[in-house]
Every structure is written in C-alpha cells, then in structure tokens.
Design a binder for this molecule. Structure first.
Ligand code: PLP
Length: 373
C-alpha cells in the first residue's frame, strides 16, 4: 500500500473512530487486509467502478458498529430479528416477510436455486443486466433466456413476457436498471408483475430504488407468493463492505428461501447488523447521499454529453454512456491514470458504465478523460 493511500485511508478511519479506545488497536498499524484497498500504485486509486456510495457509512452507522465490536463473541440472532422487524416496519410488512443475507447478491442466488428446483427450468432476464447470479443459476440447472433491452436501454417488458414459456420458473428485473440506469414506469411494472407471477417467480432487484423516484413494489408481497423483492445496504446506505442485504417476500416464500440458510446466524455479523439498524434510522444520511448524487450526476452527464459521449439519463449512482468518440482502450487508459472506472457490459459496443464518486473524484476523472482522448 502506498504511503499516500494509507495516510488517506487512516485519516478517514481515525476521524470516524476518534475518542474510541479500540481505534489505536485496530488502526494504529497496517493490517494485512489493508493491501486490498490499494493496487500497489504510488497514487490513490479512484474507485468509481462498483457503484459504491462514496459518502458512507454515516457517522451514526460507524458509531453503532464500533459499539458492538466487543459483542462479537456472541451469535447475533436477536439482532438479526430486530433488524428484520425494523425493515418490516419500513415497508408495512412483518418480520416473517424479511430474509437477511450477507449482501443481496447472495439472496439472488437463493432465489435462483428455488426457481431451479424443477428440472429443465429457465429464467428470463434482460441483456445486458446485473449478471452476478447467472453463474450460480446455471450451476443449479437454470437456462438463462436473455432478452435485449429497447434502443433506449430500458427493460423490454413485452418482449420478456413473450419470451416466457412453459418451463420459465423465474423472471429477473432490476429497477432502476444496472448497468443502464433506466427505469420502467411504476404502472407498467405493476401490470408486468401481476402477469409474470401467475406463472413464475418475479425476482425484482431494487438495489437502487432509493436513488430514484421509482416506487418499491414491496407492499405487493403481502398477497403475492411469487414476488421476491431484493434490496441492499450496499448502495444508498453506504455499507457495501459490511455485507447486508435482504429480500422481501410472502412468509411462505421466505420459508422456502431460508432453506439455503441453515440458521438465523448464517448471515451478516453483529457489527454489520448494528450498522444496518443505525443506517435505517439515519434517513438524513440517505437524503444527503441522494442530494449529492443528484448534483454530481447532473454535472457528469452534462460534461460527458458536451465531450461527445452521449449519456442515457440515469436514475442511479452511475452513468451509462457511448464512448465511441474515445479512440483506443478506454478502460486501460483510465486504469493507467489510476481510475477503477470503466465497466463493460456490451463488449461488441462502445457503451461503458462509470459510477458516480464525489464531485472532486469526478472532476479528476473528466480531466483525465480529456487528457487521454
Ligand atoms: C442490481 C444489483 N443487485 C444486487 C447487487 C448486490 O449488492 P450486495 O452488495 O448487496 O450484494 C448489486 C451490486 O452492485 C447490484 O447492482
């Protein structure tokens, strides 16, 4: 780890930990895992590739996590129960509608496993989309039927319905969508949900809803056993490293999904659970994250458009843009300039995704982009 990077990292950490006696023990000297935050380069790697929240975790969340460290010798079953109740209250549901996971990606896998129980089943999904669960699903025996997005990079709900057949056991929709940042209209999605769930599970991934005006469909799980809504603390709550996610579903469905989690202590740690509970209460931070994201998004969208990189209007904390104007390998060029910034989901095209960091990080990114172009 470079000195500069370590100094920055320690500065951030120690600010959060000021006054807590454990700070010295934890952060006074370099830990082996701190290497993971660095690529070995001399300057700081700007991490704008994984749609993380650059402002989190909030002060209240960090404090709650620090206070619970000493209880890490105990299994956190009661805390998991409390968090489930807190989440349920937020969505007008009961704790029996909530299943926690170490991030929501784990629960996407569980849902795919449930859908794969019938041999020869398939799952309908947009293309491109968030595909982290594809590998596990295919291993379980699900075939993935990929349906292209519309020319505006939006889910083509009609085409997805048309792609369903007698063997379709799951349909996956991300709203707002990753990687393109688009949303489908709430009423269209509701109608689509009603149709799909008569025949298959709809796995609705709402990882980014809080960054947008899109309505959550969580209340629909009360009366619909085939709807599974996945959400995460990794984005607006700024806790990607803490690994907390959850799904909302009918209690009967939650029971089935729980089969892949042997017991109540299988998921997030006590420290992560404490952080998540504090984060849910800290709605001021949610607002702060969203407001800052909006400012940065408007600036970056405007600049990229001006530089000749057309941007799809984003409802998330990342932008998807056509980088045809860049001659050469954009990802490699930006990596060489110390930006982990370019993700490719359509390899035969010039469409690229970049996450939104702080205003300063994005100004640096745009400056480097201009210099390299
Ligand atoms: C659409 C979508 N779903 C799920 C996740 C996974 O989040 P988690 O960190 O909770 O596993 C991500 C993370 O980038 C995502 O973009």
């Amino acid at each position: 780890m470079s000195n500069l990077n370590r100094r920055n990292w320690l500065k951030h950490s120690s600010m959060a930990l000021a006054g807590l006696s454990v700070a010295g023990q934890l952060f006074g000297r370099q830990q082996p895992w701190q290497e993971l935050w660095d690529d070995g380069a001399e300057s700081v790697l700007v991490r704008i590739g994984q749609n993380e929240n650059p402002y989190g975790p909030s002060e209240a969340t960090r404090k709650a996590m620090m206070e619970v460290i000493a209880q890490s010798n105990r299994y956190p079953g009661e805390m998991a129960l409390q968090l489930r109740e807190q989440i349920a209250a937020l969505y007008g549901l009961t704790r029996d509608h909530v299943l926690l996971g170490a991030g929501s990606s784990e629960l996407l896998g569980n849902t795919a496993a449930l859908a794969a129980r019938k041999k020869g089943s398939n799952a309908v999904s947009a293309d491109p989309t968030f595909r982290l669960w594809f590998g596990a699903a295919e291993l379980f025996g699900l075939t993935i039927k990929k349906v292209p997005l519309t020319s505006g990079k939006v889910h083509d709900l009609d085409a997805m319905l048309a792609a369903m057949d007698a063997n379709t056991s799951m349909v996956y929709v991300v709203n707002p969508h990753n990687p393109t940042g688009t949303v489908v209209a709430d009423t269209d999605l509701q109608r689509f949900t009603e149709k799909v769930t008569q025949r298959a599970i709809l796995l609705l991934d709402e990882a980014y809803t809080e960054y947008s005006d899109a309505q959550t469909l969580a209340p629909m799980v009360r009366d619909n056993k085939n709807l599974v809504v996945a959400k995460t603390f990794s984005k607006i709550y700024g806790m990607a490293g803490a690994r907390v996610g959850f799904v909302l579903a009918h209690p009967d469905t939650i029971k089935q999904l729980s089969a892949w989690q042997p017991w109540a202590n299988a998921g997030p740690s006590a420290v992560s659970l404490a952080g998540a509970m504090a984060a849910l209460k800290d709605q001021a931070f949610v607002k702060y994250s969203r407001t800052n994201n909006e400012k940065v998004k408007a600036y970056v969208t405007n600049e990229l458009n001006r530089m000749g990189y057309p941007v799809i209007p984003s409802h998330t904390n990342f932008v998807y843009y056509d980088a045809s104007a860049f001659k050469g390998d954009l990802a490699a060029a930006m990596q060489a300039a110390n930006f982990s910034a370019i993700r490719i989901f359509e390899p035969t095209t010039a469409w690229r995704r970049t996450s939104l960091g702080t205003m300063q990080e994005m100004q640096q990114f745009l400056k480097a982009l201009k210099e390299k172009a």
